[in-house]
Design a protein around this ligand. Structure first.
Ligand code: XIL
Length: 379
């Protein structure tokens, strides 16, 4: 099946919805009073098509029995929201803290969920521990030794439970498309990235290795898309062991005009180039950012449900899309509440379940998109 093209898949998929998604005008009323949790769990609908479905979870949410129940019902896989990041594991030069990550991994193993790893190197000073940003290496080889030690420990810790790693996160400047400069790249340049992938391969030999970023179809993302493509080409040319691109999918700032034809064309051209390099694609952090939508709940839910169906119809048409992870399951616990709060302080509705743990119309959209997708070869 992997030799199927996106066009074949579109034709195979429950045609009407896929085509409607691509037309950019599919926003029927999906926010009715239906029971949006009815029917098979999402992971089952996804796996029937060769897709792995899951969500991010934090160690804190392990103590929330209703959150746990949703995870166990809906998900086949999960990812730690912050617990594998350097700022948690290596908060200062002398501490290694795997306590919260170990708890999440134990939960996954006990309950038969698989686990994705995020991330071995968040190549962005804003999210790197201060002490790492302040390091001043005297040579490339000193840097390489330091990075190897940090990544080896992380990648080896939960091997072989973790079947895929976001080896590098957000290395391309979203404004310029250039490779970001950090204390770790100062001496190594982009060799840092190659090194990170090679170390990951050595210590998690069976994991799928991914570059993860938030480029999108939106008008503000042109330089970012181009920068990521050139970056992936350079990695491929240098023989870096990379299996796929993680498409975070947090972006939807332009609703209700999210999918104009132009934007779709640009985005499909981008995805075509990525899969043309022989890479898989993964949706790694889906949520919906309703910061600027007017507050009426029915209105927002309708737009979000329509947007979600359009986006997934477009993406599931790629047989190379093997995984779908959402970034959290319950609205009031979403990172977007504090990262980008609404000016009117109204609670945002970025996830599949509301603050009362009730499934919303957007869940039905995702379920329907899985139902309409063509089968593909699983990971
Ligand atoms: C976010 C977490 O959800 C927040 O709790 C944390 O404060 C910052 O990071 N892109 C990524 C994720 O790759 O790691 C980010 O997660 C969201 C954006």
């Amino acid at each position: 099946m992997s030799q199927l093209t996106r066009r074949d898949c579109l034709a195979l998929a429950a045609g009407a919805s896929a085509v409607a998604g691509l037309s950019g005008c599919a926003t029927p009323d999906r926010a009715s009073n239906a029971d949006h949790a009815s029917g098979p769990p999402l992971h089952e609908l996804a796996s029937e098509k060769g897709i792995r479905f899951g969500s991010a979870m934090s160690a804190r949410q392990l103590d929330d029995s209703r959150y746990r129940d949703i995870m166990l019902r809906e998900c086949a896989t999960m990812v730690a929201e912050n617990e594998h990041k350097w700022y948690t594991v290596y908060p200062d030069p002398d501490t290694v803290n795997f306590v919260p990550a170990d708890r999440l991994v134990a939960f996954a193993v006990e309950n038969g969920l698989t686990m994705r790893g995020h991330t071995l190197l968040w190549h962005r000073p804003q999210y790197s521990p201060k002490w790492v940003n302040e390091l001043d290496f005297s040579s490339a080889s000193d840097t390489a030794d330091f990075v190897e030690q940090k990544i080896a420990l992380l990648a080896g810790r939960h091997e072989p439970v973790i079947y895929a790693w976001d080896v590098v996160n957000e290395a391309i400047d979203d404004q310029t498309g250039a490779f970001r400069e950090t204390s770790l790249s100062a001496r190594m340049g982009e060799q840092l990235i190659d090194h990170a992938f090679h170390v990951a391969k050595a210590h998690a030999p069976n994991a799928k290795l991914t570059y993860n970023d938030f480029m999108s179809w939106e008008s503000t993302s042109t330089a970012h898309r181009a920068g990521v493509l050139r970056f992936l080409e350079r990695l491929k040319r240098r023989g870096v062991p990379i299996d796929g691109l993680g498409i975070q999918s947090h972006s939807n700032y332009e609703m209700p005009d999210e999918f104009t034809r132009d934007k779709q064309r640009n985005w499909i051209a981008f995805c075509d180039e990525v899969v043309g390099m022989g890479l898989d694609i993964y949706i790694t952090e889906f949520d919906v950012n309703d910061t600027d939508l007017k507050p009426d709940i029915a209105y927002r839910d309708r737009l979000i449900a329509g947007y979600t169906r359009d986006y997934f119809d477009m993406m599931l048409a790629y047989p190379q899309l093997k995984e779908v992870l959402v970034w959290g399951m319950v609205d009031d616990q979403s990172w977007l509440q504090t990262f980008l709060p609404r000016a009117d302080d109204v609670l945002k509705r970025p996830t599949l379940y509301d603050k009362d743990y009730k499934a919303k119309a957007v869940r039905t959209s995702l379920a329907d998109a899985f139902r309409g997708a063509a089968r593909r070869q699983a990971l």
